[in-house]
Design a protein around this ligand. Sequence first.
Ligand SMILES: Nc1ncnc2c1ncn2[C@@H]1O[C@H](COP(=O)(O)OP(=O)(O)OP(=O)(O)O)[C@@H](O)[C@H]1O
Ligand SMILES: [Mg+2]
Length: 470
Amino acid sequence: MSVERPGAWTRFMAEARARMAEGVPLESSGTLTRLTGLVLEAVGLRVPVGAQCMVGMPGQAPVLAEVVGFSGERTFLMPAGDTHGLCSGARVLPCAPDMPGPVWGEPSRPIRRTGVLRLPMGNGLLGRVVDAQGLPLDHRGPVQDTVLAPMARDRINAMERDPVRQPLDTGVRAINALLTVGRGQRLGLLAGSGVGKSVLLGMMARYTGADVIVVGLIGERGREVKEFVEDILGADGRARSVVVAAPADAPPLLRMQGASYATAVAEHFRDQGRHVLLLLDSLTRYAMAQREIALAIGEPPATKGYPPSCFARLPQLVERSGNGLQGQGSITAFHTVLTEGDDPHDPVADAARAILDGHIVLSRALAEAGHFPAIDIEQSSSRVMHRLVPDRHLELARRFRALYSRYQKGRDLLQVGAYASGSDPALDEAIRLQPQMAQFLQQDLHQAATLEQSVAALAAALDPCRPGDV
Ligand SMILES: Nc1ncnc2c1ncn2[C@@H]1O[C@H](COP(=O)(O)OP(=O)(O)OP(=O)(O)O)[C@@H](O)[C@H]1O
Ligand SMILES: [Mg+2]
């Protein structure tokens, strides 16, 4: 027997005993064989997709990783942390299947891990800012009054969902009057970069009537998290809000997990009968994170580099919001979608339009002209509005859209002086009402307009001689 054998054997036995005490099956440890780009490859591991594992060497802080695929004997994992310092031959230990697993991680941030992903859920999240793993980011101590709950939930049978029937006041005049939103509706906020998506989302967070607001800040700038919490939500809004932040520098796994966690938190409060407003900024960053993962494990790219699995994942996330079972709570959701290069046919925007119950498009031309919120009325639509509002309101909205559109189409002629007044009565009326219509669409971000005020303003904009007559 060599000199090293007894030492190695004693160490192996000690480790085995420790792992048995933690409830980790002995046969399930694997070895890290490859790390290319983002993806970790291990052999000797037989655990299901979605399983949580710890990767590391003895004496080194382990990295949490999730199994995202396999090929024969090779298992692919995506890290949830920094892979700096990992080397070939590192051990891959699955966390115990059903019970809280090893308390690995930094001593200052103890994380109890389980084989399937379970994250903190409960009323203790209200007023808190947490990361995609449910750990507090707001320096207000540990999150109390929560239990670890799995992220996956049973789907609601489509026939048992309450339909969208009740109008919801968003506090934004143009939306209330022309794109009325219903409780339990899911909308997209589509725009290029820097056109005002986040600011509009903030206005809705402040003014929309909801019991609980869940904000998912996914893949956006880290700076915006603090701004959103302090400037936009304020003290009142914060008490009834949960903010889940996975900024741009978080690994793709955590960005996806953040969106899923925010949705799960919204589902939790909905199932308690509360009316929840879910704001997710942005759905595009969620799709991009999925693109990074799917490409890294070898899925072929399709439209604009997005592999097919991205478009399968989007409805899986979006369908989780909406109304609950009849008589229960609701999740009204706004997902922002970045139209890359201002391309209205961006694949994520196209997919979002198809799966959401409405979309609000923001226009760069309007934003550049200082017209805020820069909502492009012609391009936007709420697919449930006709079921929510009285005929009179619907008729006013239809008339506004017709006149607005008439003006936009005739604008080029007007600008070159090629239009002779009197030759088109509809255009003449549109020109007469244009200043009122433009004023109606603009709103200071610090002022709310209720649903009633919005409809009254709509009527006034269309007939300035009879303001407020609805
Ligand atoms: N309602 C508003 N009133 C005044 N200014 C606004 C308004 N909305 C947006 N802006 C201006 O537009 C800028 C960009 O807005 P915002 O950050 O919301 O854009 P975004 O679409 O979220 O951008 P990104 O795609 O980069 O996340 C703001 O910093 C602000 O100056
Ligand atoms: Mg933004």
